[in-house]
Design a protein around this ligand. Structure first.
Ligand code: NDP
Length: 295
């Protein structure tokens, strides 16, 4: 029997509706509208699409948004100055710097200029520290979305489940591991130096693939009935006879073979992607409340 497809768009809509209600409550009770500032450097087409989707979703929810598009050759000091200015701006609640930045820029230094109270991507040292200490703070969006999708498929209580995360990046793998740990899961983090990766994956009740390698995880790596969360977004050639476009998006999981073994699986696109944006919107509201001590 084929796996249940976890509908990331539907789950994102549910979360966006909750965020909208929370925003309307803030407007009514506290008289302000939360505001998200998005900074894009350069003209990378994928980043442009991500930024457009984020700004559009903010608009649909009613969150104010400010968009700053800087040229690809922006200097480090100019980008840092922009981020510092937004950090000081009282009317801005959340700051998102779209990653990756052009190669000549020092990403970490830019991120550290974000006021941690406005760090809606959960990437500053302070946000990462709070996550590892289990303190209230802003959590990274893609990992948060992955946990929500797993819960939508398996129920709210993930206690005791074996989670294997392939990938140990600051953006996805590491924070995802800590978030599943907060859910009382037993977490294994795999990476490019991991031995017997397939065997380790076969042990997972929840398998999270965050690698950036198209279709790497095959169906026979998946335990029967496991929940598969595919974070990967890879653009590959589209060889289908009736293809309307020369390229298409695929995940890190070979969806066709994995869906025959898994119990539940996220598609790409339409899985973790929409949830990432929904979590960003939720974080903007959380940031607006945290900064004003309304939490
Ligand atoms: P990174 O390149 O930063 O990290 C990739 C990780 O995968 C590394 O930890 C690396 O190990 C590991 N890895 C690489 N090759 C192998 C291998 N052969 N076997 C096991 N592990 C391997 O990527 P990100 O974490 O930023 O992103 C991962 C994927 O998620 C990408 O496809 C990205 O586009 C997507 N993504 C999707 C988002 C969404 O909204 N859906 C948001 C963010 C990212 P090592 O550390 O040893 O090098």
């Amino acid at each position: 029997m084929s796996a249940q497809i976890i509908d990331g768009k539907q789950q994102a809509q549910i979360l966006n509706q909750k965020t909208k209600e929370e925003l309307q409550k803030i407007e009514k009770e506290h008289g302000f509208t939360p505001c998200l500032a998005v900074v894009l450097v350069g003209e990378d087409p994928a980043s442009q699409v991500y930024v457009r989707n984020k700004v559009r979703t903010a608009g649909e929810i009613g969150i104010k948004s400010l968009e700053f598009v800087l040229p690809a050759d922006t200097k480090q000091e100019d980008l840092e100055a922009k981020v510092k200015e937004l950090s000081k701006d009282e009317s801005v609640d959340g700051i998102l710097v779209q990653l990756p930045l052009p190669k000549h820029l020092n990403q970490d230094a830019v991120i550290e200029k974000i006021d941690p109270l406005k760090d809606v991507d959960g990437l500053t040292e302070k946000s990462a520290g709070k996550l590892s200490l289990g303190k209230i703070g802003l959590r990274a969006c893609t990992p948060s979305g992955s946990v929500i999708l797993a819960k939508s498929a398996l129920g709210d209580d993930l206690t005791g489940l074996n989670v294997v995360i392939i990938g140990r990046s600051i953006l996805v793998g590491k924070p995802a591991a800590l978030l599943f740990l907060e859910e009382n899961c037993t977490v294994t983090i795999a990476h490019s130096k991991t031995k017997n990766l397939e065997e380790i994956c076969k042990n997972a009740d929840i398998l999270v693939a965050a690698v950036g390698r198209p279709l790497m995880v095959k169906g026979d790596w998946v335990k029967k009935g496991a929940c598969v969360i595919d974070v990967g977004i890879n653009r590959v050639e589209n060889n289908a006879v009736d293809a309307k476009s020369k390229t298409k998006l695929v995940g890190d999981v070979d969806f066709e073979s994995a869906k025959e073994i898994a119990g539940q699986i996220t598609p790409v696109p339409g899985g973790v992607g929409p949830m990432t944006i929904a979590c960003l919107m939720q974080n903007t509201i959380i940031a607006a409340k945290l900064r004003r001590n309304l939490v």
